[in-house]
Design a binder for this molecule. Structure first.
Ligand code: BES
Ligand code: ZN
Ligand code: ZN
Length: 483
């Protein structure tokens, strides 16, 4: 991340100013001529929320927040303005800005900076031409606000760094990122940030008899990996760990249940977004030195066609001994997650949360704006996550896991089938996973928000790193109050 965010006690000369106000009277009158004040007033009265003024050696951007809106809505609006500013900075070759919050509403400076920083993300590593011209210009953000603490600034930087890293992992094409290469990325970040990474390779996965992961991997020329990332600070407030499980499918062709149309495969490099999300949360919590013991499990492979690939009709034996009749090789995510979920039991976890681009049905149900959440962790936890969902604007929608949704998973010849017919695909996929859980648990289907085909403000285009900010916020609020 090339943007450096810090507090500053002065407004440095030549820096462009981003001022947040909620009322015209808060404008620093000495900074503007009468003509400019008249112009600003007229524009603000016309419901314009963002005004740009060229002061020749710098720019002034004034943003008026709408105080009739709820706090979290104002924060989200400020993030979106932050993203708009990124283009204005680029257009005018602005490299340094100072942000001042005069609105009287705490935290809006952090929200606008979050929008600026996340909106500035670019994935240009595979561009070979005119890269400098394409690059965003902003490098320095000063915060000129008494109320902002150094800790808030450090936290915001750490979280944005984790989002950048997660987006990079998801945006990387599969021909640059096999399961082994993904594990190497985890190891490198573990060393840099300070969390531990243990990678189980094919031989160990075979010894453990992880039949779900091994079967999906069967048709691949790349060996699978099973990644265990851990942050265990001495001052952890939880005695039982939080376990995060993430789907690490580096590429999903659908296998022998080949994806039907060309474009349904085009973006399937994003099928490891759940794995990248949980790694991003561990990286963020480590950088924040959060007093939380957290373990992330990421089973990883690609899903392809080959003479020896697993096939519809195969019966496979899972890590926990259950036998599954594979009726759809494109329902592979649940097979690798199931092994990881059974594996998680040995940690006697306080709570397990898994994240996966699991069903197209989830994306169709809620679109790119939210994830579907299902499980047995109870209303209190789900409500806390819903709340964090509004705070971070990474929202969730809860779906039921009523027992009869498992009816279609019955198999004539094995313990269960891996698919349950055309209806309620997100729920039936969760009912499959449930058979491999034995602790408080929530499943997040992130197929909608993980990867965007059209730019959506500061969430960007391509990988969004959806969930990193949500889960970091939820875990910190849940545990840090106790530390
Ligand atoms: N990786 C896909 C789900 C997906 C779809 C992710 C769109 C992101 C965007 C998953 O492995 C899959 O193929 N699911 C099937 C399940 C079906 C065969 C029961 C699906 O949703 O069609
Ligand atoms: Zn699939
Ligand atoms: Zn998949």
């Amino acid at each position: 991340m090339k943007i450096k965010i810090s507090k500053s006690a002065i407004v440095k000369p030549g820096y462009s100013l981003v001022a947040i106000i909620s009322d015209f009277s808060q404008l620093p009158a000495d900074k503007f001529s009468d003509q400019e004040l008249g112009f600003i007033k007229e524009k603000l009265n016309n419901e314009n929320q963002l005004i740009e003024i060229n002061k020749y050696d710098h720019w002034v951007f004034i943003y008026k927040t709408d105080t009739t809106k709820k706090d979290f809505e104002q924060a989200e609006a400020a993030r979106k303005i932050g993203d708009k500013l990124v283009s204005a900075f680029k257009e005018n070759n602005i490299k340094q800005i100072v942000v001042e919050n005069l609105s009287g509403i705490d935290g809006l400076e952090l929200a606008i900076i979050e929008g600026i920083t996340l909106g500035s993300y670019q994935f240009l590593k595979h561009k070979t031409k005119d890269v400098t011209k394409k690059l965003n210009t902003l490098e320095v953000i000063d915060i000129f606000c008494e109320n902002t603490t150094d800790k808030q600034v450090e936290d915001l930087s750490a979280i944005c760094e984790a989002v950048y890293w997660t987006r990079d992992l998801v945006n990387e094409p599969a021909n640059y990122q096999s399961a082994t290469q993904l594990s190497e990325e985890f190891e490198e970040m573990g060393k840099k940030a300070g969390f531990s990474v243990k990678v189980l390779h094919k031989k160990e996965i075979e010894d453990l008899k992880m039949g779900g992961l091994l079967s999906v991997n069967q048709g691949s020329v790349e060996p699978p990996t099973f990644n265990i990332l851990e942050w265990k600070p001495e001052n952890a407030v939880n005695t039982k760990p939080i376990v995060l499980v993430g789907k690490g499918l580096t590429y999903d062709t659908g296998g022998y249940s080949l994806k039907p149309t060309k474009d349904s495969m085009d973006y399937m490099k994003c099928d490891m977004a759940g794995g990248a999300l949980v790694a991003g949360v561990v990286a963020a919590l480590t950088s924040l030195k959060a007093a939380i013991h957290v373990i992330a499990l990421v089973p990883s492979t690609d899903n392809r066609i080959a003479a020896n690939a697993y096939s519809p009709g195969d019966v496979i034996t899972m890590f926990n001994g259950l036998k599954v009749e594979v009726m759809n090789c494109d329902a592979e995510g649940r097979l690798i997650l199931a092994d990881a979920l059974s594996y998680a039991a040995q940690y006697e976890p306080e709570l397990v949360m898994d994240f996966a681009t699991l069903t197209g049905a989830a994306a169709r149900l809620v679109g790119p704006k939210a994830a579907c959440v299902l499980g047995n962790a109870g209303e209190e936890i789900v409500n806390q996550i819903k709340q964090s969902g509004f705070t971070t604007f990474e929202r969730i929608v809860e779906l039921p896991i009523w027992d009869d949704y498992a009816d279609g998973l019955k198999s004539e010849i094995a313990d269960m089938n891996n698919v349950a017919g055309p209806d309620a695909g997100t729920i039936t996929a969760t009912k499959f996973l449930e058979k491999f859980t034995s602790y408080p648990w929530l499943h997040f289907d992130i197929a909608g928000p993980a990867y965007l085909l059209r730019r959506d403000s500061y969430r960007g285009m391509g990988a969004t790193a959806y969930g990193v900010r949500l889960i970091t916020d939820f875990l910190r609020k849940k545990f840090e109050a106790k530390s």
